[in-house]
Write a new protein. Structure first.
Length: 181
């Protein structure tokens, strides 16, 4: 089991941050609990409202009842989506089905869904689409949701993935947690 010590930052409203120290095993349940502790979505930027609206046509789950977690790793990263209430079997099933399908698409260089939500000029997206054959993409169920693992030996693709994670996290606002290296 991977253990870590970090300080997560949740952006509840623009320019207002709550810092939560964390020392625990990296479990989806812990992440969902931390996200819930960040409180309600609060004020969103116009960009975040636009992304949330676009996301409704691409992501079948309720973004307000889930949290996206983007964890950077030296060889790539892990993108998790978990239900804030892990007993919400409907949301968990929707998250898992969506991420499973996305992982298949990403493994074949199809990043159309993120482009539809975030725009085609999203940082890192073009590089990942061009270099998809050098990125190993896998899906796994996790407690309360699902996870996509991205790994590459190409440092340029790892850097692109990290930029992509940061941009997604910023776009999802209070519905996301970014864990940089």
């Amino acid at each position: 089991m991977f253990r870590f010590a970090a300080s997560l930052t949740f952006a509840a409203v623009p320019f207002a941050f709550v810092r939560v120290p964390v020392t625990c095993a990296l479990l989806a349940g812990s992440l969902a609990a931390l996200a819930a502790a960040a409180g309600p979505a609060g004020a969103q930027t116009p960009r975040q409202r636009q992304v949330e609206q676009r996301g409704q046509s691409v992501m079948p789950f309720d973004q307000r009842r889930t949290v996206h977690v983007f964890r950077e790793l030296p060889d790539g990263g892990v993108q998790r989506v978990v239900a804030k209430d892990q007993r919400d079997a409907g949301q968990v099933a929707l998250v898992r089905a969506h991420l499973r399908a996305e992982a298949r698409r990403f493994a074949h260089g199809d990043f159309g869904d993120p482009a539809a939500i975030h725009g085609g000029a999203m940082p890192g997206l073009a590089e990942l689409a061009r270099g998809y054959e050098s990125v190993h993409v896998t899906y796994a169920d996790v407690p309360g949701g699902g996870a996509i693992r991205y790994a590459s030996a190409d440092p340029r693709l790892v850097a692109a993935l990290h930029r992509w994670f940061a941009a997604q996290s910023a776009d999802h606002g209070a519905h996301a947690v970014h864990m940089p290296m």
